[in-house]
Design a protein around this ligand. Structure first.
Ligand SMILES: Cc1cc2nc3c(=O)[nH]c(=O)nc-3n(C[C@H](O)[C@H](O)[C@H](O)COP(=O)(O)OP(=O)(O)OC[C@H]3O[C@@H](n4cnc5c(N)ncnc54)[C@H](O)[C@@H]3O)c2cc1C
Length: 399
């Protein structure tokens, strides 16, 4: 094979879409991936149905040291653009909730679509090809060394993702390359990840394992209202995953277990109208039975409401509407859906994704310090950044 015009390292969501756009130039594009098959994260995503985008996508759904960086790529290639390709391939999809679009059938439909596009533009994909080293040679070409071959090219795109789910083959390759070329990396941390607790709090949560409620969860000024799930390790569910991306060690989170109701008003009202009613039977109308029982028992309030002081009723209401807890930590990269942090966006052009300091070197997708909320935003970032980068390479190759 003659030297490719562009090598893209990582055949995940970002790498594939970038390759397709770049290959429309008619030039030779090579995709290298260490895994046995491309796009393995797409395959397992969205519970096997791939939440491939979100119709409400905007810059507000992304976390980054520079919240403006993602705007240009999202504008250039938005949710509608990806939906158009999905529709062209007759892939049936549905909106689940909050603008989240999922395949009706399975995530493999999205992979098949991308691979068909790759074949259409004659893109070479070599799997089981672990890129171990990159260097820039005197002739300004990059030398790419894999476990079994050495390639040379003028343009290299790093699309190797973040650190989440190491058992799926995630690597810190992008960060290593960044450091090698003197680029700043924003410390990568686990995000969209369950929160863990210890001690007495954990023992209580374990007993509630499997119970879910619709909750509002806040960390500082940031709040999310979605499902919350008690687990044998602590708390999970969409609202917890969302807040985990903002939570820092030592910070408290405030949970409203019953966000549609002001429990203190309900309790005071009942004290006047139904003084003989047990407080547990009042709360039980608003929370799952096991959760109610545990709260009432722990607060020693298994009494008629008339027998409880207003101060204690207020404590109870706060325990439900303003429950303040400090997580011990997160479950870490082992179960995190994404990695927060990554290549500092200040090092990259927001239009082309080329490094400002290293001509011909590009970074896209999750490897960059742009992290989406839960709900299809991370794939949209992969599509938007991959497309924008691919288009600029396309223009460069045709110039
Ligand atoms: C369980 C789970 C479910 C998810 N569900 C959703 C969802 O429904 N919706 C959503 O928007 N987001 C979801 N995400 C997040 C989403 O999968 C990622 O944000 C997205 O895949 C990032 O795309 P990427 O191309 O940047 O990186 P990846 O998809 O991680 O691709 C990186 C590729 O690089 C390869 N690679 C790494 N190092 C090397 C190397 N040295 N040499 C060669 N190849 C290498 C890897 O094998 C991999 O194929 C989910 C994530 C997980 C873990």
């Amino acid at each position: 094979m003659k030297n490719p015009d562009t090598i893209i390292i990582g055949a995940g969501a970002a790498g594939l879409i970038c390759a397709i756009e770049a290959a429309k130039s008619g030039k030779k594009i090579l995709l290298l991936d260490k895994a046995e098959k491309p796009a393995q994260k797409i395959r397992i995503s969205g519970g096997g149905k791939c939440n491939f985008t979100n119709i409400n996508v905007s810059a507000d759904n992304y976390i980054s040291e520079n919240p403006h960086f993602c705007k240009s790529a999202l504008k250039r290639y938005g949710a509608r653009d990806f939906i158009e390709m999905v529709e062209k391939y007759n892939i049936n999809y549905h909106e689940k909730t909050l603008g989240q679009l999922f395949c009706n059938n399975k995530a493999q439909d999205i992979i098949d679509m991308l691979l068909t596009e790759c074949r259409k533009y004659d893109i070479t994909i070599i799997t089981k090809s672990n890129v171990e080293k990159i260097s820039k040679e005197k002739d300004n070409q990059f030398k790419i060394s894999t476990n079994n071959k050495i390639y040379k090219t003028k343009i290299v795109v790093i699309a190797t993702g973040g650190l989440s789910i190491p058992k799926m083959g995630s690597t810190d390759f992008a960060y290593k390359v960044a450091k090698q070329f003197g680029l700043r990396v924003v410390e990568p941390t686990a995000a969209l990840v369950p929160l863990v607790f210890d001690g007495d709090e954990l023992e209580k949560m374990k007993k509630l394992s499997g119970i879910s409620v619709n909750a509002s969860v806040c960390c500082g000024k940031i709040c999310f209202r979605e499902g919350l799930l008690f687990t044998h390790r602590g708390l999970s569910g969409p609202s917890i995953l969302q807040i985990s991306s903002y939570w820092k060690k030592g910070k408290e989170i405030i949970i409203n277990l019953c966000p549609d109701h002001n429990i203190i008003d309900i309790l005071i009202d009942n004290k006047l109208k139904n003084p003989k009613k047990k407080v547990s039977s009042i709360i039980n109308e608003y929370l799952p039975k096991r959760l109610t029982e545990q709260i009432i028992e722990n607060m020693n309030l298994n009494k008629k409401i008339a027998e409880i002081s207003n101060k204690r009723l207020e404590d109870l209401a706060n325990r439900i509407n303003k429950w303040s807890i400090i997580p011990k930590g997160t479950e870490g990269f082992k179960t995190a859906e994404v990695t927060k942090g990554g290549i500092d966006t200040a090092e990259l052009s927001s239009k082309t994704f080329e490094c400002k300091k290293v001509t011909g070197l590009y970074f896209i997708g999750e490897a960059i310090d742009v992290t989406g909320h839960l709900g299809g935003y991370n794939f949209q970032w992969a599509w938007s950044s991959g497309y924008s980068c691919g288009q600029s390479i396309n223009a460069l190759l045709q110039a």
